[in-house]
Design a protein around this ligand. Sequence first.
Ligand SMILES: [Zn+2]
Length: 395
Amino acid sequence: MRLYWEQPYASTFEAQVIEAWSEGGAHYAVLDQTLFYPTSGGQACDTGTLGGVAVEEVLEENKATGRIIHRLAGPLSPGERVVGEVNWPRRYRHMQRHTAEHILGQAFLRAGGWQVVAVNMGSALCTMDFDHPPHEPTLRQAEALANWAVYANTPVRSYFIAEEEVPTHGLRRAPKVRGSIRVVAIENWDKVACGGLHVSRSAEAGPIKITKYERYKGGTRIYFVAGWEALELFDQEHQVLARLGEKFSTGPLELEKPIANMREAWYKVRAENAALKDELAERIMRELLLEFPQKTIQAQVPNLVLDSVGKRLAEWPGVLALLVAQAEDKARYVLLKHPSRPEDLEALWAQVLKPLGAKGGGSLVKLGVLPLAALHQALEGFQRHLQPKAPPSKA
Ligand SMILES: [Zn+2]
């Protein structure tokens, strides 16, 4: 027996375990009656406890048998009498979402003749898909209408009708089920077939806020929050805006201008920084070429321009170079040569840098890191290694 339809506001109940079994490490139970709502119709199932054991998921086997299966964290025994407790804050939020969905469905119908195609209420941010493309004025009007329906605070009732009675009941859309049909009616507002759980007055579903919309499959997908979850989202967003406001010494609603100003300033600084780095890299490269006329170069350069100096030098015919830079607690290096140099870069790396603990790779340009302590040893090692092949000094 489905207690949840009769007593949607109850959160504890007693029941007898009719069947219980374990399978693949999970435990299951079927009860003679239950308050646990099973996942269906876009509404997520209840969670809670049964005889002190956590209820992880509740599923309806199929409409025909109506068997409701509780998946549990531990085993129960057939015949056992148990007290069930539904996670009420979760359940109530689901009831609010579900009622808000009905209210919005009718609001969109009235605002623009839009019909609901699909809904998803699996998380606080629910979605509804409609059969019309996005139209901002319709969305705004529907949201306003929905909240008027909330403030009207009319009763929400559910009852069953026979399939044959459907045409005379003025339902918002044709029911998907057959036989005995459960109608959920929000007085003076909406009537639709639904097997879900709802609050008992429209006011309990509010406020209703559409947070986002997008074009979806030729129609519109809206995202909405309702009830406590709308308030919680408002609170979170307000806190973020208030903190940002403090940083910019302004109110939450005046934040756009200082942020736009900062972005503009940042783009300018970034462009200037890139230009300055380019210029610095170019100058350092020229200086190194003058300082090392044989084009066998070893030098420490600022970390900021290590890569770009390396790239520039690698394009210079006759160059073989080891550049190092200090980067916080380590050293970075670039070992490179122009294709015109005969040296074996791999061997040079293996003999000079590898013994110092270098990591990294590459063929014509080797990039990597070194322990900071090895920075000068690397430069000396490079010079020593290449000395025999260097032309005799004038001294
Ligand atoms: Zn419903």
